[in-house]
Write a protein that binds this ligand. Structure first.
Ligand SMILES: [Zn+2]
Ligand SMILES: [Zn+2]
Length: 143
């Protein structure tokens, strides 16, 4: 799979596993609609907004979470837990991962530890998007 240069791509149609859009056009980060999720850490449960630009981390947290803490993230619509229930864990720090889906069977996986920026983009239907990734400085995932 070709390398995607950091910040060359942004997610525009992320969804939970049940297909609810988690994009929030009312809160923009880096000029694009952000990814809206519910964060839980101990007793704390708050709406947060993630930077939709791949490789960029201008996330908006209205709460203070200690660096290194492991959080849970939920769909803002159906509140399903986005944590991956598998044996895989973060290659960098060993924490659990969360995942959200993209059009054409793609997905983004990332670490649930605050301060760890390990994340991975997977495009399953790669042929339809490969041209975009090679050709442009700025890529918007289709649909
Ligand atoms: Zn949902
Ligand atoms: Zn990690």
């Amino acid at each position: 799979m070709p390398e995607v240069p950091p910040k060359a791509l942004h997610v525009s149609h992320a969804a939970c596993p049940y297909g609810h859009s988690i994009m929030d056009p009312d809160v923009q980060i880096s000029g694009y609609p952000s990814i809206k999720l519910i964060l839980q850490h101990d007793e704390l449960r708050e709406t947060i907004h993630l930077d939709p630009v791949y490789g960029s981390f201008t996330n908006i947290f209205e709460v203070e979470i200690p660096q290194g803490a492991i959080i849970d993230l939920f769909c803002p619509v159906c509140e399903v837990n986005l944590r991956i229930d598998e044996k895989r864990s973060c290659e960098q720090c060993g924490a659990p991962l969360f995942q959200f889906t993209l059009p054409h069977g793609g997905m983004v996986e990332a670490c649930l530890r605050i301060g760890c920026h390990q994340h991975r983009l997977q495009l399953v239907d790669f042929d339809s998007q490969a041209g975009l990734i090679q050709g442009l400085n700025e890529i918007q995932l289709l649909m």
